[in-house]
Write a protein that binds this ligand. Structure first.
Ligand code: AOS
Ligand code: ZN
Ligand code: ZN
Ligand code: ZN
Length: 408
């Protein structure tokens, strides 16, 4: 529990460290983490989809669950949708319903991987008719984004091959570029196309959009409204994700994140459960860029990063899993905001390796619970969101939905 004495100790300690808590709190209050509609439905591995009681039966009900996450955390005012998983007859009704819950629709995610036609590729398929069909779906998603009031289309492409020689890699590259150019042309001003990469799965020999370099190159070719989306589970083991984040930030092409935790591959577990230091170090790079942008009063890349959760809650209760996830992100962001920049910069100038490393690590070691309680209190939110949600009676209330809700 947090009491006044613990808060006073925290404030005094941060004052000693030379940290301006007002600035830290201001930034913390701006943090928004989108949750995905698919995170509320039934999901599973390729071995089994577990059916849970109380799972939303429709996209409308998914929005109701997502609204709970925002209600108790104040962190998740928007929800990503996936087409066709969230296909509805009337998108303006979905928009109205969502907005009546105090949240809004965020990124629109096209699905180019669940149609038999796409077994050997979608926008990279050898058959022109299939490429046309896939491109039409991408364009449709831009139109849906317009209709639901979203400014982000977020594309992950499952295209790839399983065997050497299976297809012409360079032709596929050109077809992919062609389809994305056509999609890009559909964007309204102010809309963004986020390009997500992943080095394997479902294809295991080559993936057409395999890494951040390819996504960056494509985004650069397309134009300023195209940016890279970094999913924390989409890199080979050992990749220095915070480095590529810093690189993309500096090139002004970092569009967004899919947060999740991983130990082996694209595990899609709760963010920060196995790799909290990595997430913290990603935020270290982002806060550095934010500070630079603010001082220069010019570039605005870091400020408008679209943070999203992309996880598959197979064994966890859905809403608490989502609450845990956004709280973990908030905690790690809070820690990064406690870096003593003066100390760090001095150590770097003095070429003092150990002091510089310590300046970063010491922020990670701070106990930010008092800080988070203060911020929640100031915003009129429950100081312990998970506890408040579990005591709210919502879980009991949705049991009448029964078993067999929506799943992909
Ligand atoms: C797939 O591995 C990607 O992470 C996607 O971003 C995401 O999981 C998908 O769009 C949900 O279908
Ligand atoms: Zn993802
Ligand atoms: Zn993924
Ligand atoms: Zn993942």
């Amino acid at each position: 529990m947090i009491n006044d004495a613990r808060i006073q100790v925290f404030e005094a300690h941060q004052a000693d460290r030379g940290i301006s808590l007002e600035e830290v709190k201001r930034r913390l209050k701006q943090l928004k983490i989108e949750t995905p509609s698919w995170g509320y439905g039934d999901s599973g591995t390729r071995f089994q989809v577990f059916k849970k009681a109380g799972v939303p039966r429709t996209t409308f009900e998914k929005m109701e669950d997502a609204a709970q996450v925002h209600r108790f955390t104040g962190l998740s005012p928007s929800v990503a949708i996936h087409i066709p998983w969230d296909k509805v007859d009337d998108y303006s009704r979905l928009r109205e319903h969502t907005e009546s819950l105090g949240i809004k629709i965020g990124a629109v995610n096209p699905n180019l991987f669940q149609d038999d036609d796409y077994m050997l590729g979608s926008i990279t398929h050898t058959d022109q008719a299939i490429r046309r069909k896939a491109t039409a779906h991408l364009r449709e998603c831009v139109a849906i984004a317009r209709e639901v009031g979203s400014d982000i289309v977020s594309l992950w492409l499952a295209d790839g091959t399983n065997y050497p020689g299976q297809a012409d890699i360079r032709k596929r590259k050109r077809w992919m570029e062609e389809a994305l150019r056509e999609t890009y042309r559909e964007l309204d001003q102010g809309m963004r196309l986020l390009i997500e990469y992943k080095f394997f799965e479902p294809a295991f020999y080559h993936t057409d959009l395999a890494d951040w370099g390819m996504a960056f190159n494509l985004a650069t070719k397309l134009g300023p409204q195209a940016e890279v989306l970094v999913d924390t589970g989409h890199h080979p083991q050992g990749t220095n994700v915070e480095h590529l984040v810093a690189y993309l930030l500096d090139e002004e092409r970092l569009g967004g994140f899919h947060f999740n935790g991983r130990k082996y591959a694209d595990d899609d577990l709760i963010v920060g459960t196995t790799n909290p230091y990595e997430i913290f170090l990603i935020f270290y790079q982002i806060v550095a860029a934010l500070r630079e942008e603010e001082n220069a009063g010019a570039r605005r890349t870091a400020e408008r990063i679209a943070y999203m959760i992309d996880q598959s809650h197979n064994i966890e209760p859905k809403i608490p899993a989502m609450i845990r996830s956004v709280l973990n992100v908030q905690t790690l962001y809070a820690k990064a905001l406690l870096i003593n920049w003066k100390e760090l910069e001095e150590a770097q100038v003095d070429l003092d390796v150990l002091r510089a490393e310590a300046a970063v690590r010491e922020a990670f070691e701070q106990d930010v619970e008092p800080l988070l309680h203060m911020v929640r209190e100031e915003r009129g939110l429950p100081p312990e969101p998970m506890k408040a949600f579990l005591e709210s009676g919502y879980v009991e209330k949705i049991q009448d939905r029964g078993v067999g809700g929506a799943s992909w």
